[in-house]
Every structure is written in structure tokens, then in C-alpha cells.
Design a protein. Structure first.
Ligand SMILES: Nc1nc2c(ncn2[C@@H]2O[C@H](COP(=O)(O)OP(=O)(O)O)[C@@H](O)[C@H]2O)c(=O)[nH]1
Ligand SMILES: [Mg+2]
Length: 230
């Protein structure tokens, strides 16, 4: 693969990722930038990005970043209560999907398909209601919370586009983004009543700090698969 992010810290991914590729499911509110994040990571316009009010991602699609990481794009929530219900059920189904684990060409165990969930938050919106809904109604009851990571997208428009210069935040926006990270972390921790790691902040469309997402994934890789039998 020619994309530089596909090779980013590749040796460490190789060392940390067990037999199967690491499967990461991106979730969030429609328009948060899940598909754009996948495009920024894999370096092409493969994941369908929504324009205007029509959410483009109606189903689950997967994309390999490299031999070790596979990204799952999912429909967003927040379009209607009925659709949310359907999408949350589908997320739960995927989180419980089971695959075989092979050792020396023989099945030795079974594990869950999805290893990790990346919650993509739209940093230009203050309302975290959709994120609480995702966490409290589906994610926390279907996957261990140390496998859920948080990232705040749209850093470029966090202050309505102000203080974004030459493809990065100036000092004013940088400080604002850090306060926003602290504030979102605190609000999420209160809502779910448990600690989370500090979210990272990036811009998918401006390709700012996207490497930090991969750092965050590497830092949070569990040292074992989600085995169904422990
Ligand atoms: N300004 C800005 N717009 C973004 C960013 N990421 C995504 N978008 C835009 O937000 C809209 C929704 O993005 P999309 O990736 O389809 O969101 P999804 O519904 O979560 O998959 C599109 O118009 C994107 O171009 C970002 O970092 N900054
Ligand atoms: Mg999408």
C-alpha cells in the first residue's frame, strides 16, 4: 500500500495485533465524519461521505488500512427514533458476531469479530445526547468499556472556522480544543458513570492530527482477543 498512514507504526501493529486483523467499528451520530475518517486513514475516497442532509452510510462496510487493521463504517444515529432503534440493534448484532480463531490451521477457539469501537464525535456540536444514547443503550452492554475509544472530529470548525490557519489550529483554537476535550471527557464520564481515556481531537477533512487516531488505537489494543470462552 502506498498511503503513508497504512505504514504508520506498522511494526508495532504487527507485534500487538494477534492472529486476526484488528477489527475496529466506527460509530457516531450521522454527519460526525465516520466515513471521512476512514477516507483520511486509508488515503482514498472509498467510504461514502454524506453531503447535505442525506446520510450516505446505510449499511456496514469494511476497509483494510493494512494487513493488521480493518475499519468498519456504520450508519449514524440521530436521523429518527425508528431508524436509531434499527441501527442500534444492528450495532449490537455486529458486536456479538462470532468468528473462529485458528492455531496451526485448526480452529482452537471462537472470538467476537469486533475488537474495538471508535466513537467519532462531532466537535462542532455541543450536544452529546446521541453519544450517550449509543453508549448507554448499546455499546456498554455489548463490549467491555476498555475497548471503546473516543475521538473528536471537525477540529477545523470547532470555533466556526475561526482560528484555523494553514491547515492547523492557532494558539487560541488549540487552547479551545484542549478545553473541549476535557469538557467532553467529563460529560461522558458523568453520563456513563465510569472513566474513559482522554479523547483525541482531529480533523478528517483537513487531515489534521489523524496519526493521533492510530496512536490512540495502538495504545488501547487489548493484549487478547475478545474470546467467547475465557
Ligand atoms: N469541516 C469539516 N467537515 C468534515 C470533517 N469531517 C467530515 N466533514 C464533513 O461532514 C459531512 C459528513 O461527513 P461523513 O463522513 O459523511 O459523516 P458520517 O455520517 O459520520 O459518515 C461531510 O460533508 C464531510 O465532508 C472535518 O473534519 N471538518
Ligand atoms: Mg457515513
Amino acid at each position: 500500500m502506498s498511503n503513508e498512514l497504512s505504514n504508520y507504526r506498522l511494526d508495532e501493529f504487527m507485534a500487538k495485533v494477534p492472529v486476526r486483523p484488528l477489527d475496529i467499528m466506527l460509530v457516531g451520530v450521522t454527519g460526525a465524519g465516520k466515513s471521512s475518517t476512514i477516507d483520511a486513514l486509508i488515503g482514498s475516497e472509498t467510504a461514502k461521505i454524506g453531503h447535505g442532509v442525506n446520510p450516505e452510510t446505510q449499511d456496514f462496510n469494511s476497509y483494510f488500512l493494512n494487513d493488521y487493521v480493518r475499519l468498519w463504517d456504520t450508519p449514524g444515529i440521530g436521523d429518527s427514533p425508528q431508524k436509531d432503534k434499527e441501527h442500534l440493534q444492528k450495532l449490537a448484532t455486529y458486536l456479538n458476531e462470532i468468528v473462529d480463531v485458528y492455531k496451526d490451521d485448526a480452529v482452537c477457539n471462537t472470538c467476537y469479530l469486533i475488537d474495538m469501537v471508535l466513537v467519532v464525535i462531532d466537535g462542532s456540536r455541543r450536544d452529546l445526547g446521541g453519544i450517550y444514547k449509543l453508549l448507554n443503550q448499546t455499546l456498554l452492554s455489548n463490549i467491555n468499556n476498555n475497548r471503546i475509544i473516543f475521538a473528536i472530529n471537525q477540529a477545523d470548525v470547532a470555533m466556526s472556522g475561526r482560528h484555523w490557519t494553514n491547515g492547523k489550529p492557532d494558539n487560541v483554537l488549540y487552547d479551545f480544543l484542549n478545553r473541549q476535550i476535557d469538557s467532553f471527557q467529563k460529560q461522558i464520564e458523568i453520563s456513563i458513570n465510569r472513566k474513559i481515556h482522554r479523547p483525541i481531537c482531529y480533523s478528517a477533512s483537513q487531515e489534521y492530527n489523524v496519526k493521533a487516531l492510530l496512536d490512540c488505537i495502538l495504545d488501547n489494543i487489548s493484549n487478547r482477543e475478545r474470546l467467547t470462552k475465557l
